[in-house]
Design a protein around this ligand. Structure first.
Ligand SMILES: Nc1ncnc2c1ncn2[C@@H]1O[C@H](COP(=O)(O)OP(=O)(O)OP(=O)(O)O)[C@@H](O)[C@H]1O
Length: 548
């Protein structure tokens, strides 16, 4: 269908409106130019006067200083000398005139601007870098029908990049970028393209933080210092119910923790995860590829949890990385076999129910929760999907199905579940685990899609070129995505562990209270028969602390 022309009155009206807008813009630009020229001329004319005034002020200050420095007994002589000079000048022909000219000349000399002229803008190599960056952004931040493009080839880069900082090596450390309002900054793809471009132009090998101000149409790019990788396990200054997952940048975290680092005290911003009754993210899922440090994270959590609670460990990897915890005070079980894993998780499910019933009864009777429901219980599962496969092959119950109760009701019962899994087995994780683990950690290298699939949002930082173990991202619920470095908490029985880190972990281990032999753990049996309802007795395997 042919497009009908606009009614004449409308088309002429809009043309007139456009013309008058153009006229107003031209007039405004002209008056601004006029004002700037007038200002420049005024300062040119008044410059000598300003210099002389400044010089007179400096001479007067020097005179006052001289007077103050002169000892009191010599002030009379000085006064006499000045008076004689004034008298001679007054008597000499043209004396006063010559004196005024000399004074003005001295004032002009004193008042001259003695500051070395500051270099105008950054040095040429830096200007070139900024210009190159600007030119690279032109295709992304310009549109053919933009009447006043902020970005155009050979355009005014200083308007688009108003603030910049360089580091000691001459690379961009911080950059403020203005962009046109029509740039689709709400679209992840559009943002990613810009972030990718800036990362390569500002210098690879560093991590960058991108702060998009959608309201102001501004993007701030900051180069981030690498997170410290050698902070050893230690007692963190936290409240009960708080667990330090690792360390991050100060940009989004206000709090800092005093840490001992290389024999020195240092304040570092932590990522603190809150568990317990009021937690909005009562359970955690950590994902990574082999060797990325998820077992280390679980060990770090276990050492912190043991300060105030009990721990059950279920290890699917079968590498014996938690052997150091076996038989320690508060460690109810360290299970590496299928039967033991099933029995332990079954016991945890029963214990969850027991606690819930006891708490409800106490509430109904108007009493506080009983003491034996208050001690936090942690279930740490390293690669539980291994047991899922084994159980399927063996025709037995999937231990993951037993996790449903602690995951659903654990918060009210003081029970926290932490699951660590590898990327390739993520599909085998059941729905309850995915749904209820709202605290998320990704360690090691991962693609943007992988990060978003686990964290639920992309990080605002670029990936590091060479990811050290224990490096990754953390997100608590719907909060921001933090860069994360887990404290070095190695297996003290591993030969490759450095002596300092081994000692740090050994120092944190609780007393060994249960002999390593097959002996029932006193705590696992604690959930045994209460008057009503009767929880299932705990199977023998569940109370055997396996040695590996
Ligand atoms: N935060 C960390 N700081 C220093 N070293 C770490 C850290 N995390 C892990 N490592 C080291 O990296 C290696 C692998 O760690 P870890 O066993 O925790 O990885 P993983 O993800 O559990 O892999 P796997 O399941 O293959 O054992 C170990 O030598 C460990 O000491």
């Amino acid at each position: 269908m042919a497009r009908r022309p606009l009614p004449r009155i409308l088309s002429t009206g809009s043309a007139q409106f456009a013309r008058s807008r153009e006229l107003a813009r031209t007039q405004f630009a002209r008056s601004r130019e006029l004002a700037r020229t007038a200002g420049d001329s005024a300062s040119d004319v008044l410059h000598p006067l300003i210099t002389i005034t400044r010089g007179l002020r400096r001479l007067a200050a020097a005179g006052r200083r001289r007077w103050a420095e002169t000892p009191k007994d010599k002030r009379g002589a000085l006064l006499f000398l000045v008076a004689s000079v004034v008298l001679v000048v007054a008597l000499v022909p043209y004396g006063p005139l010559l004196a005024v000219i000399t004074l003005m000349a001295a004032a002009a000399w004193q008042g001259r601007d003695r500051k070395p002229a500051a270099p105008d803008g950054p040095d040429p190599s830096r200007t070139e870098r900024l210009k190159a960056l600007y030119e690279a952004l032109v295709p992304y931040f310009s549109a053919p029908d933009d009447p006043e493009p902020l970005y155009s080839h050979g355009g005014d880069w200083e308007k688009a990049l108003p603030e910049y900082e360089f580091d000691a090596t001459g690379r961009v450390a911080r950059l403020l970028i203005r962009y046109p309002a029509y740039f689709t900054d709400g679209e992840t793809q559009a943002r990613t393209r810009i972030e990718h471009l800036l990362t390569s132009k500002a210098g690879r090998g560093r991590e960058y933080h991108f702060d998009w101000d959608e309201e102001g149409n501004e993007l701030t790019v900051s180069a981030l210092a690498p997170l410290p990788t050698d902070i050893a396990a230690q007692r963190f200054v936290t409240a009960p119910g708080e667990t330090v997952l690792g360390f991050t940048d100060a940009t989004r975290v206000r709090r800092t923790l005093p840490l001992t680092h290389g024999g020195q005290q240092r304040d570092v911003p932590p990522v603190v995860w809150r568990t317990g009754l009021r937690s909005t993210e009562p359970h955690l899922l950590a994902v990574g590829q082999p060797g990325s440090g998820t077992s280390t994270l679980l060990r770090s959590i276990a050492l912190q949890a043991l300060q105030h609670g009990d721990v059950v460990i279920v290890e699917g990897g079968g590498t014996g990385e938690y052997a150091c915890l076996t038989g320690r005070d508060g460690v109810l079980a360290v299970e590496c076999g299928l039967a033991g894993a099933v029995a332990s998780i079954e016991w945890v499910a029963t214990e969850t129910e027991r606690r819930l019933i006891a708490v409800n009864r106490a509430r109904q009777a108007g009493n506080p929760p009983p003491e034996d429901t208050k001690r936090p219980l942690w279930v740490l599962l390293d690669r539980p999907t291994v047991f899922t496969h084994l159980a399927a092959a063996d025709g037995r119950k999937d231990p993951q199905s037993l996790l449903q109760v602690p995951l659903r009701h654990g918060r009210a019962a003081g029970i926290t579940v932490v699951v660590a899994e590898q990327w390739d087995a993520l599909d085998a994780l059941g729905d309850p685990v995915r749904q209820h683990t709202r605290a998320r950690v990704v360690l090691g290298p991962a693609t943007a899609e992988q990060l978003e699939s686990v964290l639920g949002a992309p990080p605002h930082t670029t990936p590091v070129a060479d990811t050290p173990p224990g490096r990754g991202y953390a997100r608590l619920g719907t909060g921001p995505v933090h860069r994360l470095q887990v404290p070095a908490t190695p297996d003290p029985y591993d030969d490759a562990t450095s002596e300092a880190h081994r000692q740090a972990v050994l120092d944190l281990l609780p007393e060994r209270t249960t002999p390593m032999e097959a002996e029932p753990s006193p705590r696992l049996t604690k959930a045994d028969p209460e008057p009503e309802p009767e929880p299932e007795p705990v199977p023998v395997e569940a109370v055997v602390a396996e040695s590996s």
